[in-house]
Unconditional design. Structure first.
Length: 102
């Protein structure tokens, strides 16, 4: 089990366990353990909500900052340098031909 999961078996009490304790103390112990279990559940849920919130805020922030063509070209060049070199050569040749013809 991960740290965020709660074992519901902690809530189950056998008759033997209840009989071994005083009526007042046994009820208090059950209430305390149920309260502790509820606290664990709330802390776990809070941690998960915080994690999801961070994920969405990061995604929204990234979406607000569009990449320019230069940044896209830079990333593509780093990812595939030989292919981009060939593409740049062909684009330069076409651009040079157009300027030369005018």
């Amino acid at each position: 089990m991960s740290g965020n999961e709660i074992d519901t078996r902690e809530l189950l009490w056998t008759e033997t366990e209840l009989a071994m304790t005083d009526t007042g103390k046994g009820e208090t112990r059950i209430a305390d353990e149920a309260l502790n279990l509820a606290k664990k559940a709330v802390e776990s849920a809070t941690a998960q909500v915080d994690e999801v919130s961070r994920h969405f805020s990061d995604a929204v922030e990234k979406a607000r900052q569009p990449e320019t063509y230069l940044e896209l070209l830079k990333k593509a060049t780093v990812a595939a340098p030989i292919g981009m070199l060939v593409t740049a050569f062909i684009a330069g040749a076409l651009f040079g031909l157009r300027r030369h013809r005018r």
